[in-house]
Design a protein around this ligand. Sequence first.
Ligand code: DAH
Length: 334
Amino acid sequence: MELDPRIARAESLDELRDLETELLGKASDLSRRKASLRDLPPEERREEGKRINEERSALEAALAARKSALESAARSSRLDAERLDLTEVIGAPERGHLNLVTQTRDRLEDVFCAMGFVVAEGPEVETDWHNFTALNLPPAHPARSTQDSLYVEWGEPESTLLRTQTSPVQVRLMQSQDPPIYAVMPGRVYRRDTPDARHLPSFSQIEGLVVDRGITFAHLAGTLEAFTNEYFGSGVHSRLRPYFFPFTEPSAEFDITCVICEGSGCRTCSSTGWIELGGCGMVHPKVFELCGVDPEEWTGFAFGFGIDRLAQMRHRIADMRILGDNDIRLIRQF
Ligand code: DAH
């Protein structure tokens, strides 16, 4: 039995449907032969009837096979058209990373946590009382003017400001929990400063506070030396110079070995071999009293320094202002 060769060659479902009508429909040769069966003598009628059925089944099978082949070709060309090209995304992943100041802050937290400190935070919009008064800087104290403040319009005039230092977080900690306290407090601070190579109007500081029984100046010096060795490496040391801060007594500024010349003297350290990092001292009894801690029972030390300044020194960045510029050429280096 010869099958119609047009079935295998049909290019579309429409073409196939037309062929089906032509080959199996009412006007088809098969239908016509079926209709004239009754005119045949009984013997031939059986033979012819059988042949017609076989031909019909063969045609139906061939049409169904071609139909499914055409349908699957249509499906795969539709999937091809809808496929998303993800090679660009998978091939070259562009990942962002943390700003250098944030990386520095994270690393500082790690070093202090390993030394047994916890991390605490406080608000950036602060009351004048927490930022100054409770730190033994009463209204009109001359040292207030060393930190040019940005006041916000809230409550009484000059009662609320963007904190000029992280030291008010010390106050909040002492008010909210009983000693012993071993905490570091990183965060952003604000001052009415004109930006230059070593100053930004908004920068980050990290504050440290220890309050316990029997804490001495030796603990302060030892803690700062241990931190300096751990953070910068064992060749970098710390030293303390007498200074004045209203919230500590005695107070000191602390220097570290110049990381540029490693202590031999260069332009950055004005040939001294040391660079100033921050301030520190023994918590003033007046501050303890204002924060509700008994100075007869407890002693403690505090320190504070700039995180941006630290990053600047560690990575030898000439101008601090680029730390906040979002210049991809700087960001990509760290
Ligand atoms: N808050 C001081 C500043 O911003 C730094 C400082 C000095 C913090 C001495 C302290 C400290 O905790 O004891 O200049």
